[in-house]
Design a protein around this ligand. Structure first.
Ligand code: NAP
Length: 324
């Protein structure tokens, strides 16, 4: 095997999403108190979890646990997977009409027989704390205030809180989903980055990625982005969350460490203990070797999404109770 290319010694900054999440949460607490004092009730979040998807159940539990810790009223409504689109629409409309509910979150994915687009359109835009409603996407595109999609908003918070400049930088976002790639591209543009959006039809993806001062991978393909995609010294944001259950794949990703990072052996040991391991869309050892700053997986972007959901819920409560 060829020796890996050696880059000049750069000790990269590891962008700690847990630290930033805790900062955001501690800023949320007094705002919850303020809503309570002003309106006589805390901000309210209603989560709709259809069926029994285990991954969705875990996500929803983390969201409601965080809401509870912050003093946000929260409830989880759990219709059976057999619910029809019309029945779910009726449920969303009931939540739209409840004054003490500031945020409605319909956990995705919905069962196949449900018309997801109709459900997301039915959520009142002022209660759409996910920022998915086309009205809120329009506010984002035109740079007007409104709820922002949580993961992209969390990434901007992370860059700002680490004082990593965005204005004037070349940002390359790989992935054009409505949830991550597109809204993040708008947010980076509003921060005055020059933004390139890539996808599965982009020609010579590594070359386009190498133009990036800020490279974002939101692809959903384990460790697809390797050293040849990363300009030495770039900031790399790895949004991907991929669960590996095959040891050969874990070895391919974590066992290829050239010794410049201790990520490999410890992550393989994790795999051997649990039979599974999480990996992002960027090869972790390459990211640590070539970038100047990067988000680890886990512990980078992931923790910020829920914190931003809490922020969106509180902001909705502030708007709806006349506090701002
Ligand atoms: P998605 O809807 O599946 O979109 C993936 C995007 O990647 C698409 O735009 C697709 O291009 C592009 N893509 C796929 N294969 C590619 C390739 N070989 N080369 C270039 N582009 C390629 O995924 P998503 O919802 O945005 O999520 C992306 C990742 O982020 C997933 O791992 C997900 O689990 C993770 N995620 C994490 C958080 C968090 O809180 N950290 C939140 C949301 C998502 P096309 O459009 O051409 O198909």
């Amino acid at each position: 095997m060829n020796n890996p290319v050696r880059y000049p010694e750069i000790v990269p900054l590891v962008l700690d999403g847990n630290r930033v999440r805790d900062e955001i949460k501690s800023e949320c607490r007094p705002r919850v108190e303020r809503v309570l004092a002003h309106a006589g009730r805390p901000p309210g979040l209603s989560v709709v979890l259809v069926g029994e998807n285990p991954a969705s159940q875990v996500y929803v539990r983390s969201k409601t646990k965080t809401a509870g810790e912050l003093g946000i009223y929260n409830e989880t409504i759990t219709p059976a997977a057999s619910i029809t689109t019309d029945e779910l629409l009726a449920l969303v409309n009931q939540l739209n009409a409840r004054p003490e509910i500031d945020g409605i979150l319909v956990q995705l994915p919905l069962p196949k027989h449900i018309d997801e687009q109709r459900i997301l359109l039915a959520v009142a835009p002022e209660k759409d704390v996910d920022g998915f409603h086309p009205c809120n996407v329009g506010l984002l595109a035109t740079g007007r205030p409104g709820p922002r999609s949580c993961t992209p908003a969390g990434i901007i918070e992370l860059l700002k809180r680490y004082d990593l400049p965005i204005a004037g930088k070349q940002a390359v976002v790989v992935g054009r989903s409505d949830i991550v790639g597109k809204p993040l591209s708008f947010l980076l543009l509003h921060e005055n980055a020059t933004v390139t959006i890539c996808h599965s039809k982009t020609r010579d993806l590594p070359a386009v990625c190498r133009t990036a001062d800020i490279l974002v991978a939101a692809i959903g393909r384990p460790a697809m982005v390797t050293a040849d995609f990363i300009r030495p010294g770039a900031v790399v944001i790895d949004v991907g969350i991929n669960r590996i259950t095959d040891r050969a794949e874990a070895e391919r990703i974590f066992g290829s460490s050239d010794g410049s990072s201790d990520l490999g052996p410890s992550r393989l040991a994790d795999f051997d203990k649990r039979g599974t391991v999480l990996v992002g869309d960027v090869n972790p050892a390459d990211m640590a070797r070539v970038s100047s700053a990067y988000t680890p997986v886990p512990g980078g972007v992931g923790p910020l999404t829920i914190a931003m959901l809490m922020k969106n819920t509180i902001e909705s409560a502030e708007r709806r109770t006349g506090l701002c």
